[in-house]
Ligand binder design. Sequence first.
Ligand code: CA
Length: 231
Amino acid sequence: MPNKVLVVEDEANLLVALEYNLKSEGYNVFTAEDGETGLALARQEKPDLVILDVMLPNLDGFEVCRILRRESDVRILMLTARGEEIDRVVGLELGADDYVTKPFSNRELMARVRNMIRRSDSDDGASASTDAETLASGDLIVDLTGHTVKLQDKPLDVKPREFSLLALLVANKGRAFTRDQILERLWGHDYIGDTRTVDVHIRWLREKIEPDPASPQRITTIRGVGYRFDG
Ligand code: CA
C-alpha cells in the first residue's frame, strides 16, 4: 500500500507541482486548496502525512493543525513563508512535526517527506513489537513497546516526538546531548532545522514530567552544551 500524502495549498501552481512530484515518488496524493476541504479530506482519507500551508482560505494552516492534532497523531509538515520565524514557532507549538520555508527545492521537500514517512512507519513497527521493554527512573516509566509514559502510575499524554525525545534521554541517563545531536537522532540527518525546535519539545516534556517546570530536576540544561536526563 503506497503511503498517503495530503497537500493543502492554495497556490495552484505550487499545488500542481507538489502533486506531480509526490506522485512521481510513488505516494498516493490527495489535494485541497483551502483549510476546510483539507480538514475534511484528512478525516476521510487518514493520510500518513499532511503538508500544510500556513496561509489558506477558510481555515488557516494553524487552525487546521490545531484541530488535526486534537484528533490524531498524523505527521504534519508546515509550509511557512520566508523569514516568518513566528510561523515556525507557532506551528511547532500547535503540534506540527516539521516545517519547510518557502521557497524550497523539490529535493529538499522530498527528503523531508521521506524522512517523516519513514519515521511514522518505524513507529508503527515499534508498537507492533512483542519485546516488552521499559525504562524506569523513579516514578517515571517509559514503555518502549506500548509507546506510553507513566508518572506516579498515571499515563501521560505525550506526542510521538516528545516520546522519542524522552526515551532517548532516559535511556542515556546522565549523558548530556547537544541540541544538534538531539535534532539528528530525532529529526534525521537531512533535517535542515533550527535547534530551537529541540528547546520547544524539552519545554513541553518538562511541563509534563517536572514537579516544577520552572526549576527542572529531571531534565537539566547543561549550559553551553544541551540537555541531560538526571533521574
Ligand atoms: Ca498560501
